[in-house]
Write a protein that binds this ligand. Structure first.
Ligand SMILES: [Zn+2]
Length: 93
């Protein structure tokens, strides 16, 4: 889509104590911002799903949402990604 562009750095600041997440999406265009956001959402949803499975035993619909969203992000990854090799986190879940 945008050949020749360098790999942009992703800024994802997370600390465990206290639980606070600050996410900065860095993009020079709406398209890039969407791509970054999608990658970050994938990463956070995967982590959240694992935490949810560990901590939350009652069915609440979150797992179904997370799995469907992850599947959707995976299915359309080539549509919103400029490069396929950048984000190794997509093999994480
Ligand atoms: Zn639940």
């Amino acid at each position: 889509m945008l050949p020749g562009r360098g790999v942009r750095t992703k800024q994802l600041l997370m600390t465990d104590q206290p639980r606070k997440y600050a996410i900065i999406v860095d993009g020079d265009s709406l398209e890039e911002a969407v791509e970054e956001t999608a990658h970050l959402l994938y990463l956070l949803l995967g982590r959240s799903l694992r935490a949810h499975r560990r901590d939350h035993t009652e069915e609440c619909g979150f797992e179904e949402f997370a799995l469907e969203a992850l599947a959707l992000l995976t299915k359309y990854r080539s549509a919103y990604s400029r490069e396929l090799s950048v984000d190794a986190s997509h093999t994480e879940v």
